[in-house]
Design a binder for this molecule. Sequence first.
Ligand code: AMP
Length: 284
Amino acid sequence: MEVIEQVSALRAIVGALRCGGKRIGFVPTMGALHEGHLQLLRASTRENDITICSVFVNPTQFNNASDYKLYPRTLEHDISLLQTVGCNYLFAPSAEEIYPQQSVLQFSFGALEAVMEGEHRPGHFNGVATVVSKLFHVVQPHKAYFGQKDLQQVAIVRQLVQALSFDLELVCFPTVREADGLAMSSRNKRLSDAQRQLAPQLYKALQLAAAELQQKPIETIKNELAQQLHQSSEIRLEYFEVVDALTLQPLEKISGQDEVALCIAAFVGEVRLIDNMLVNLKES
Ligand code: AMP
């Protein structure tokens, strides 16, 4: 695997690969890789001739300076993991390489960014859209791989691809979890042992809410879920929403949806975690 730090070097490689008719799969990440990332990389190596992974902790998508500073950075370990899954190129640029000038570009995603992560992390999706656009332009993938763990991000990137006519296919894979249900996340590394014991409560709350969805009003489920989580003083719920699985708009009651998503964001200690679960109402 070759490690590339410069945009110009990657452009030259991608140009030659595309001229040679190679199909390129791309997995954008912020590093501190885990099994959630690795399933995307394995899918990419299966489905494409060449796989490019990026590891870039993108400053413009952090609305909290300490979250950016404390975000785990484990590049040497990432490189060894990437070698085990057959990744061909790792793009690991500096912030200056991606942002030679400060970006003032503004994206707007309408209703999609007015809720949940968009509402609670001002500027977050603008930073995501900026960096994903830049990376798509440089990497020029045929397929790009994302995780359902960041459900709203997938919807934003889908809208971005359509709006800007990126010539690529988006592929989304389910959330990979630890044995106790906690969604794998680079931020889990920041949890203390005691907080790590508490963190699966988020997934347990989603499971309970899913089981009660057809029996109780959404408002009641929300209140019960908040009460249950706040039994621990280390957990601070930021939001829990039942949303339409296609539009991601919050619902006050279920009315004819085939599928909904249950989405949660909560602080466990100082660490902000998100999770979600899709619920197919036709089957239940
Ligand atoms: P990140 O490095 O957290 O920005 O994530 C990079 C990509 O991996 C994104 O598309 C995420 O949605 C995806 N991802 C992160 N964690 C998981 C997980 N537990 N399961 C599936 N995909 C994930």
